[in-house]
Design a protein around this ligand. Sequence first.
Ligand code: NAD
Length: 275
Amino acid sequence: NAVPDVTLINGRSIPQLGFGVFKVDPDTTAEIVAEALKVGYRHIDTAAIYRNEEGVGAAIAQSGIPREELFITTKLWNDDQGTDSARKALDTSLGKLGLDYVDLYLIHWPAPQRDTYVQSWQTLEQLNADGKARSIGVSNFLPEHLERLADESDTVPAVNQIELHPAYQQREVTDYCRSHGIKIEAWGPLGQGKYDLLELPEVTGPAQAHGKTPAQVVLRWHLQQGHIVFPKSSNPERIAENFQVTDCSLTDDEMAGITGLERGGRVSAHPSEVN
Ligand code: NAD
C-alpha cells in the first residue's frame, strides 16, 4: 500500500495521504495515533489549538518508527502570531511533540484583522532557515493574503491548507495556488461528515462499481486531483478504511460526476471570520 509522495516547491516530499487529528480527544490521542501508525500512516496533521500535540508525540515516541520516515505538521495559533511569540510557539509545540523539528509548520489562519500574518511569515522563514521547520506554509489563506506574502517576503508557501470537498472546491484559491507552485492540502476532505456527501449517487455509484466505500471514493477524488489529504477518524475500522485508497482509480466520468457536486457549500468558518 504505497502512498504517493508530492514534491513541494522547496524540493522536499510529503506523503499525499495522512491522518488528521482535529477533534481527537487529547486523552485518547496517543492511542488513536498509535493505531494510525500501525495501519501505515506516516503523515500526521495536528495544531497547537487541537491541544493534542502531546498525544501525537507520545505515539511517535512509542512507535519506534525512525524520525525520517515520519512527516509531522503542526500550526501556529492566531494568538501567537508575531515575531517572538511565533518563535516561542514553535518551541512549545516541539516540546510537546518531543521533536527537534517539524516537517511542516503552518500559519493556521490569516486572521487579517490582526494584520500580523506577514510578520509571522517572516518569522517562519527564519524558523525554516534554523532547521526547526523543514517546510513552511499557510492555511486558510485567500489569494489576497498570498499576494501580500509574495510582495513582502522571499519564500513561497509550500502548501495552503484549505477547506475543500466536493460541495466546496474553492476554485479561485486553487487556481492561484496551482499557478504559483503552492500545493493544496484539503481539510475537511469528507465535508467533516456535515452533509449527505457519502449518500449522493455520484459517490455511491462509483463506490459500488469499484467495491469501495463512499468515503474511499471521495478520498480517491482528492488524490487524483493532486490534493494532499489527512482524513480524521477516531474509529479503528475507519482509520484503516481511509488508508486503503491507493489501489483503485476513478474514471474521468466518475471524477467529473463528483466535481459536479460543487454548490459553494462550505461547512466551516470563512477566513475573514476567524481572528
Ligand atoms: P473530515 O472531512 O476528515 O471528516 C471527519 C469526519 O468524517 C469524522 O469525524 C467522521 O464523522 C467522518 N468520517 C471519517 N471517516 C469516515 C468514513 N470512512 N466513513 C464515514 N464517515 C467518516 O474533517 P476534518 O477532521 O475536519 O478534516 C481533516 C483534518 O484536516 C483534521 O483532522 C485536521 O487535521 C485538518 N483541519 C484543518 C483545519 C484548518 O483550519 N487548517 C480545519 C479543520 C480540519
